[in-house]
Unconditional design. Structure first.
Lengths: 344, 102
């Protein structure tokens, strides 16, 4: 597949798509019915259907009966950890193996031509991005994910969270299930913006940003505080009229859904002539430029708050204008401090 | 000024950079697309990463770690996360050798 039909490559080999990132067409004014209808299947396929199905499978085969959930016991919590860990290993590992170990599509459609395994860095444990990311994912990521999930299941089993049945409230629950990606996006934007404040960035979020060239295992390579905030998305279901299956969907959306944004490739080749969009570009630009795209493209929160970068020269110019202002502010503060120092 | 011979002009590719260590300090020497040669402090002002390993395009160098960018002619920081400018040093070419005033 010739990726240069879809983008350009610079002298380092980094690939950039021709197409800019577009927010979901539901926000276009005047409304574009045709565009919405064309986009609608992508709201479900393939990722959201996979994550929703995984929640149903968890409920059917993994989550113990309600009587067991009424008390937190190490046995079922460990079982839940083991299942989450195995699923993460298989799901993340499949992407890693296909794209980064076997390199089945080489660097076609790859934003950053280099592969993290070729770049040793002291920023990572054992100087390896992959080892560092895997350890953080399993030691802290899956542990906190499982802990919060167990807490939520315990809350449901003891009547501390509103549990609606699918038989009595199919429409309400369908709406809540439809809202899961929206809840995730708003929650992610808010906590992400929060951890980009200087103190939290320095002590918490910089761990995730060590992966400037993200790969699948970077998805959950975070500081434990960030894991806690990130998986805190489950807590909305303490107040929403929901159901434990939808809560699990929300958590699986966060746990497995982090992959597409960090896969490092714009498109995944399937067979000889099919391409699946990863929708990773907006978040890749965030990893590259830091202060753009705190959210994704489902809700244009970054557009509304002035931090949107769609990959276009205009997006670049807006980012540079913000940067110049920031530099001017820093220079003014420095001059003030120097003047103060001179008078003392 | 103390002029020090750093390397031969041919050691640097056009739109390329090399690292030059002198005493306890490290520098980056760039060869621009117009064949002019420039020298800056060797480490990114954001984190101490060698800029000579970064991507040189036109008159910019991009830090290989976090993609902060600088104009290597003036040392001006051009993109986050680098906010502090780089120090620059005068350069001259004498008989195919690059000399830097340190």
């Amino acid at each position: 597949m010739d990726d240069l039909k879809f983008g350009t490559r610079n002298k380092r080999g980094d690939w950039t798509p021709h197409a800019t990132v577009q927010p979901a067409p539901i926000w276009q004014m005047p409304p574009q019915l045709k565009a919405v209808l064309h986009w609608l299947p992508h709201y479900f396929l393939p990722w959201n259907v996979i994550f929703a199905a995984s929640a149903v499978a968890y409920w059917a085969w993994v989550i113990p009966p309600v009587e067991v959930l009424r008390s937190i016991q190490i046995g079922w919590v460990l079982w839940l950890y083991a299942v989450n860990a195995v699923c993460v290993f298989l799901f993340y590992g499949a992407f890693e193996l296909h794209l980064y170990v076997l390199r089945r599509q080489g660097s076609r459609f790859k934003y950053n031509a280099k592969f993290p395994s070729e770049q040793k860095s002291k920023a990572f444990w054992f100087e390896s991005q992959v080892i560092d990311s895997m350890l953080r994912s399993f030691l802290s990521g899956v542990t906190i994910w499982t802990g919060l999930e167990a807490l939520m299941l315990w809350a449901y089993a003891n009547g501390y969270a509103p549990w609606l049945s699918f038989a009595d409230n199919p429409w309400t629950l369908a709406l809540v299930a439809l809202a899961v990606p929206i809840i995730h996006e708003v929650h992610f934007f808010l906590v992400h913006r929060l951890i980009h404040t200087p103190f939290l960035y320095k002590w918490v979020h910089s761990v995730h940003h060590n992966s400037v060239n993200p790969s699948p295992w970077s998805s959950l390579a975070m500081h434990p505080v960030e894991h806690l905030l990130y998986f805190g998305t489950a807590f909305y279901h303490l107040i929403l009229p929901s159901n434990p299956i939808i809560m699990i969907y929300q958590m699986n959306f966060a746990g497995f859904g982090a992959i597409p944004g960090h896969v490092g490739f714009d498109k995944i080749e399937v067979g000889d002539d099919r391409l699946v969009d990863s929708h990773a570009y907006a978040h890749y630009l965030h990893h590259k430029y830091f202060e753009v795209n705190y959210g994704d493209a489902l809700i244009p929160l970054d557009k509304w708050f002035g931090t949107w970068h769609d990959g276009s020269p205009e997006g670049e110019a807006r980012m540079q204008a913000r940067y110049r202002k920031r530099k001017e502010k820093l220079a003014a503060r420095k001059a003030q401090l120097d003047a103060k120092g001179a008078t003392e | 000024m103390n002029w020090v011979t750093a390397c031969k002009l041919d050691d640097i590719e056009q739109e390329g950079a090399i690292r030059f260590d002198h005493g306890s300090r490290t520098y980056a020497i760039y060869r621009a697309p117009d064949d002019s040669v420039w020298c800056t402090a060797g480490l990114c002002t954001h984190e101490a990463i060698h800029l000579s390993e970064g991507l040189v395009m036109d008159f910019e160098v991009e830090c290989p770690k976090h993609s902060g960018a600088f104009d290597y002619r003036t040392g001006e920081a051009l993109r986050l996360p680098a906010c502090e400018n780089l120090r620059t040093y005068p350069v001259e070419i004498v008989e195919g050798e690059v000399r830097v005033a340190l």
